[in-house]
Design a protein around this ligand. Structure first.
Ligand code: KMH
Ligand code: ZN
Length: 273
C-alpha cells in the first residue's frame, strides 16, 4: 500500500474559540497550528483563514500572509487553500486564493444543506468555473464530496474536460445534510470512485476516528483537525489539531502503513510544482 498522506484541516470556517479555545484565528496562531501539525506528521495543510476576531475571510491578502508565515516554519508542506470558504460567501470572494497559485485547492462538487437554514451552494456552473480556473493555473483540485451524487458530478465534469484525471477526492462524511458516517457509507463511496483516483477521508465529529481507521486499512488517505472535530475523545477537547495527527501516526504505524512526507505526497498526488 502507498504511504499515508495526512491532511491537517487546522482552522475551518465554522468552528470557533467558543467551541474550542485552541481554534486558531490570528496569523501567528495559524502558523503555530500548522507547524505543530506538520511536525506531528501532516504533509498537507488544508487552509481557511480568519480575521483576528475569528470572522472567516477568503481575502487573497490574508491568505498570502498566512501562507508565507506557514512556509517560514514548514517550508515543504503542501498548502491547500479552501475555495469553499464559509456558507454564504460569494463566488468572487471564494475564488481569491486561486490567484496565489497554490499547488492544490478544494473544489466543492455539489450543493448541500449545512444544518438549520444553511445551504452550501455549489451549482454545476460554479463547479465548472472553479475547475477550469484551477486547470488554467496548474492547481490540483481536491474534489470535496459530501455525498455520492457529488462523485458522479466530478466524473461528469472530468469527462467534459473541466477537471483532469487522475482525480483526487476528499470524502467528507457526517455533515448534517450530507452522507452519514457509517462504515457501509464509506464503502459505498470508495467503490464508486474510478480505479486511478486517490482519496482522503474526513469524518466529522464522532465519525472521525472510525472512518480514518477504515481509510488507513482501505488504502485511502486521512484528514483530521479542528475543521472536522474538536474532541480528542468524548468530553476531552483537543489542544491542537496536531493531537489528531499524532493519533493517526500511531495508529498507522500499528497497522503497518508508513507516513508520507510532503515529497511522498507530491509524488502520490502527481503534483508538478
Ligand atoms: N466551510 C464549508 C462551508 C472547503 O474547504 O472547500 C466549506 C468547506 C469546504 O470547508
Ligand atoms: Zn474546508
Amino acid at each position: 500500500m502507498e504511504k499515508l498522506i495526512i491532511t491537517a484541516a487546522i482552522c475551518g470556517a465554522e468552528v470557533t474559540k467558543e467551541h474550542n479555545p485552541n481554534v486558531p484565528y490570528t496569523v501567528e496562531e495559524i502558523r503555530e497550528e500548522a507547524r505543530r501539525a506538520y511536525e506531528a506528521g501532516a504533509s498537507i495543510i488544508h487552509l481557511h483563514v480568519r480575521e483576528d476576531d475569528g470572522t472567516p475571510t477568503q481575502s487573497k491578502e490574508r491568505y498570502q500572509v498566512c501562507m508565507e508565515a506557514i512556509r517560514q516554519v514548514c517550508p515543504d508542506v503542501i498548502i491547500q487553500p479552501s475555495t469553499g470558504g464559509a456558507v454564504g460567501m460569494t463566488v468572487d470572494e471564494r475564488l481569491q486564493p486561486l490567484e496565489l497559485h497554490p499547488e492544490m485547492a478544494t473544489l466543492d462538487c455539489g450543493t448541500l444543506n449545512f444544518g438549520g437554514d444553511e445551504i452550501f451552494v455549489n451549482t454545476e456552473n460554479m463547479i465548472k468555473d472553479f475547475g477550469q480556473r484551477m486547470m488554467e493555473r496548474g492547481i490540483k483540485p481536491e474534489c470535496e464530496v459530501f455525498d455520492k451524487s457529488m462523485i458522479d458530478m466530478a466524473l461528469r465534469l472530468s469527462k467534459k474536460g473541466f477537471i483532469k484525471e487522475p482525480l483526487h477526492f476528499n470524502l467528507v462524511m457526517g455533515v448534517n445534510g450530507g452522507i452519514s458516517g457509517e462504515p457501509r457509507d464509506l464503502l459505498y463511496l470508495t467503490e464508486s470512485l474510478p480505479k486511478n483516483a486517490t482519496y482522503t477521508v474526513s469524518g466529522i465529529g464522532r465519525h472521525q476516528l472510525s472512518l480514518n481507521t477504515m481509510a488507513i486499512l482501505l488504502g485511502g488517505h486521512v484528514r483530521v483537525g479542528f475543521e472536522d472535530n474538536i474532541y480528542l475523545r468524548k468530553g476531552e477537547l483537543a489542544e491542537s489539531s496536531a493531537d489528531f495527527v499524532k493519533r493517526i501516526v500511531d495508529l498507522s504505524v500499528i497497522l503497518g502503513r508508513e507516513i508520507a512526507t510532503p515529497k511522498d505526497a507530491r509524488r502520490i498526488l502527481g503534483l508538478t510544482k
